[in-house]
Write a protein that binds this ligand. Structure first.
Ligand code: SR1
Ligand code: MG
Length: 389
């Protein structure tokens, strides 16, 4: 049994050689490339093969050692990646090795791809990203739900994906803190009046509380749990969904909500005339999700009520409503909470940046409060277009 210690570049290289993943005699180059909030990520390149070694740190890197975190999340991530790979092999990175005690996962190198958020900020387009992500979400959610697994297998699997510490982070940073004068919040002083208005909006707070309750109590399926555009590697042809350390059994609408929220925040950073591909992605991801989830349901569902007229349609409408609300919450917390997005923070012009952040806050609050009045992605897109006119 290995005992935990943080890897260095040299010890990461020594480990992959010891494991035989690269030859002892191979000449390698290696770097620490992690730019996320929580982990070390080493890119190790041999002459013929390259690898990623990811190691969880016993604290949140984004804050420092004052925010301790269990290493258990590396095991959750490793098991989630492997499971997602069985349902959506084209969209999950291959895992070569994992060690629970060292909190490491060694996986396929994806450095021929770009983190979608970075690419989108630089104006790249990924024509297949929405189709692939919609298929990934539909297949992983359906495949881990009661409808696919039946009551016993599902509950046993659910038990193994209890992820209290990372759920606590989401419950605080996404659902709670942005609505109160919490220490974790982080916003520009020029936004203070907008933020204080939000803290005083009791109607909004009631809706946030309802959505938080759904997140706390619904155990529909194994979620990715943090499916923003920084968790996606993409090229025009390929999409790989990484970093499921927040995976747990939660509500069906959560993952698609975070993907679409992050696309909308990229929309807010773009000039008019460059927003259309993102609007199309938002419509496509919903079309593909609905189609793929329905296909799996119609082909495989053994639930007694599966063929009951209206049940699937009701469920898809319910998922959409939840997701519109979760999407709004993600837009709010990425604007004023602890973890921001470069799409908005990176807007250099002060007035444009503040305007984009105000749109993110007001649209976010609108989607949270009015989620029940939306029933299609076209309507979400129309609301954003109208706000930006
Ligand atoms: C302390 S972790 C902050 C954020 O980074 C992750 O990617 C999650 O989105 C989390 O909320
Ligand atoms: Mg992450």
């Amino acid at each position: 049994m290995s005992s935990y210690e943080p890897l260095t570049i040299d010890s990461a290289v020594a480990l992959v050689k010891k494991l035989g993943l690269l030859a002892e005699t191979d000449t390698v180059s290696a770097n620490e490339i992690g730019d996320g909030n929580l982990n070390y990520v080493f890119h190790i390149k041999g002459t013929e093969k390259s690898l990623i070694v990811k190691q969880a740190l016993p604290y949140a890197k984004v804050v420092g050692e004052s925010w301790p975190l269990t290493l258990e999340r590396a095991d959750i991530e490793n098991r989630a990646l492997r499971l997602q790979g069985t349902f959506a092999p084209d969209y999950a990175p291959k895992v070569y090795y994992s060690d629970k005690d060292l909190a490491i996962t060694i996986m396929e190198d994806l450095s021929h791809l770009t983190i979608a958020r970075t690419g989108l900020i630089h104006g790249e387009d990924y024509p297949l990203i929405a189709r692939h992500t919609g298929e990934f979400i539909a297949r992983t959610l359906y495949g881990t739900s009661d409808f696919a697994l039946g009551p016993q297998e599902k509950k046993k699997l659910q038990h193994t994906f209890s992820n209290p510490e990372l759920c606590d982070i989401t419950e605080g940073l996404v659902f709670t803190d942005p609505f109160f004068n919490a220490e974790t919040n982080d916003f520009e002083e020029s936004l203070r009046a907008d933020v204080e208005k939000l803290w005083q909006d009791d109607e909004l707070k009631l809706h946030a509380a309802q959505l938080k309750r759904l997140f706390l109590t619904a155990g529909d399926a194994l979620l990715h749990g943090d499916l923003h555009t920084g968790s996606i590697f993409a090229s025009p042809a390929e999409t790989k969904i990484i970093d499921p350390e927040f995976a747990f059994y939660g509500p069906f609408g959560f993952d698609i909500a975070h993907f679409t929220a992050n696309l909308f925040m990229n929309v807010l950073s773009r000039e008019e005339g460059r927003r259309e591909p993102l609007y199309e992605h938002i419509v496509t991801v919903w079309d593909v999700f609905n189609r793929e989830f329905s296909r799996l349901w119609n082909e495989q569902n053994t639930e007694a009520f599966a063929k009951t007229e209206g049940y699937l349609e009701w469920l898809l409408a319910d998922i959409f409503e939840q997701a519109a609300g979760f999407m709004g919450l993600e837009m709010i917390r990425r604007t004023i909470g602890l973890a921001h997005v470069k799409d908005l923070d990176g807007i250099v012009d002060d007035q444009q940046r503040l305007q984009a952040k105000r749109h993110s806050l007001s649209l976010g609050a609108h989607f949270v409060k009015e989620r029940a009045s939306y029933s299609s992605a076209d309507q979400l897109v129309a609301a954003v277009k109208e706000a930006l006119q």
